[in-house]
Design a protein around this ligand. Structure first.
Ligand SMILES: Cc1cc2nc3c(=O)[nH]c(=O)nc-3n(C[C@H](O)[C@H](O)[C@H](O)COP(=O)(O)OP(=O)(O)OC[C@H]3O[C@@H](n4cnc5c(N)ncnc54)[C@H](O)[C@@H]3O)c2cc1C
Length: 472
């Protein structure tokens, strides 16, 4: 192989690596090489279950230079009336298009699929082919971009942490969709293991496929607050819900006495939803659902709240807080992979290395694009790190305030730079900025709402410190 050289070596060609590379390419003349273990761009989306879809509207996911989807609203199903959500297959096809049409076509990008990054030595990246094992080096003239910080675990590539007795039927969500294959017995019951977004997707899918609710059991170690998808809509017609939602968030942070009170206020104003209104959720990971999906999931009433699964035995589940007798014909669906393994934050700009993390929670692709914009347009690492201060991903309800206020603080720093402000406003990855910039100043209702946003934003800053300290 000819000696390899590049300006930026991007490790990981998932949403983060691609959004970073796309903006860096648009903002300068650097040469970029992406290495990835997968055969195709798109990261974990390549391993996803067939019925997966984005949580958020396609309108502001992906890379900056290419639109994802058609910009239409769904007319049927649980997302009816809201902007379309790309399916996993659509996301993979889109990222393939990004690679071919936006990145490789530039002549300044190289993609090395099925390639493992082994580390750096003397200014060169060591890489190895997954297929042949052959190792080579790539000289890095500027920086390594480690786009693996999020790398969510997904069921298809994660082994369960509990033991499973012989004869127990345990499948991934992908395996669930293969029950049509010959030789598969029809299960008497389905048992969903896990309480995150994948588990919610499985519940919605089973019910939508006509499985009776009383044939479904759900092991839910912790209940979760979920974001009401109505408040994430980018279109002008949703101004009152989206920008109004931000006002409600700031008002709630300004006035809440603690995290429990905060989330109850957010629920009362329609920002947050919970599946079981009799439970007090302790988890918040930005899982996003429509009100229709939440209504549907409320039909599953056989919920097992005894902590995490330790073992599945023939005819019983062993959980942290006791045993649960189970029907012998139960099919267990493993949704326990943690899509949001929370890693320690680090400065994003380090000597010779960039580590993209969140600059606005929870938007992964917007954050990676901002990180690339800052790399291309600012020189000093201290300035870059100020503009890209990592936003902590919430581990529980207590982390919501810190994530929201850190996102707001970054936004205020970006506002100090005119060119950056206008780049963000024009970026397709920024959901709401255009909505605010485009309002008719004679529209009294909208102008008043923006006034409230400023008022409660300022008030939130004071109370947030108290709420964050209490959560710590
Ligand atoms: C089901 C699901 C739905 C989601 N929906 C949304 C959404 O709607 N909006 C949103 O903002 N976020 C969403 N997320 C969050 C998600 O984390 C991001 O959207 C995003 O896809 C993560 O991309 P990534 O590039 O950071 O990680 P990954 O997709 O995991 O990519 C990391 C890549 O690094 C590669 N890699 C790892 N180690 C090496 C190595 N040693 N050498 C070479 N390559 C390596 C891997 O092969 C992988 O391709 C969702 C997550 C899940 C699981």
């Amino acid at each position: 192989m000819a000696p390899l050289e590049t300006d930026y070596l991007v490790v990981g060609a998932g949403a983060t690596g691609l959004a970073f590379a796309d903006t860096l390419l648009q903002q300068g003349n650097a040469h970029i090489t992406l290495v990835d273990l997968h055969a195709k761009p798109g990261g974990h989306w390549n391993d996803a279950y067939p019925f997966v879809a984005l949580h958020q509207p396609s309108a502001f996911y992906g890379v900056n230079s290419l639109a994802l989807g058609t910009g239409r609203k769904d007319t049927m199903g649980h997302n009816a009336g809201l902007y379309e959500l790309a399916s996993g297959a659509e996301v993979c096809g889109y990222f393939q298009q990004v690679m071919q049409q936006q990145l490789l076509a530039s002549g300044r990008v190289q993609h090395l699929p099925m390639t493992r990054f082994l580390g750096m030595a003397d200014g060169a990246g060591r890489i190895a082919s997954v297929l042949s094992g052959a190792q080579s080096q790539i000289t890095v003239r500027r920086k390594v971009v480690d786009a693996r910080w999020f790398s969510p675990s997904v069921p298809a590539t994660t082994r369960p942490k509990f033991s499973v007795a012989p004869g127990v039927r345990l499948v991934t969500p992908t395996g669930l969709t293969q029950l049509w294959q010959a030789g598969q017995d029809r299960p008497s019951h389905f048992c969903i293991l896990g309480a995150g977004k994948t588990a919610m997707d499985v519940g919605v899918w089973l019910l939508s496929c006509g499985v009776p609710p009383d044939a479904i059991r759900w092991v839910m170690p912790r209940d979760s607050w979920v974001v009401n998808r109505l408040t994430t809509q980018p279109g002008e017609e949703f101004f009152m819900q989206s920008i109004g939602g931000q006002v409600q968030q700031m008002k709630a942070i300004a006035e809440a006495t603690d995290a429990v009170d905060l989330f109850e206020r957010l629920e009362a104003s329609g920002q947050m939803l919970r599946i079981d209104r009799m439970q007090l959720p302790r988890m918040f990971h930005y899982a996003t659902l429509s009100e229709g999906e939440v209504q549907l999931l409320r039909q599953i009433t056989q919920v097992i709240r005894k902590g995490r699964v330790q073992a599945i035995e023939a005819g019983a589940l062993v959980l942290d807080q006791g045993r649960e007798a189970m029907d012998a014909g139960t099919l267990y669906i493993d949704c326990t992979a943690s899509a949001v393994d929370v890693r320690a934050m680090e400065p994003m700009f380090q000597p010779g290395r960039i580590l993209p993390q969140l600059v606005r929670a929870p938007l992964v692709s917007f954050s990676a694009a901002i990180c690339a914009y800052v790399e291309a347009n600012f020189d000093d690492d201290a300035v870059k790190n100020r503009l890209c201060t990592p936003v902590p991903f919430p581990r529980s309800v207590g982390g919501y305030v810190a994530a929201t206020m850190a996102s707001l603080a970054n936004q205020m720093r970006w506002g100090e730079h005119k060119a950056m402000r206008s780049w963000i406003r024009d970026s397709r990855l920024d959901g709401f900025g255009k909505m605010v910039a485009g309002i008719d100043r004679n529209d009294a209702e909208k102008t008043a709402l923006l006034g409230e946003l400023r008022h409660y934003g300022a008030a939130a800053i004071g109370n947030a410190k108290r709420l964050i300290a209490a959560a710590d």
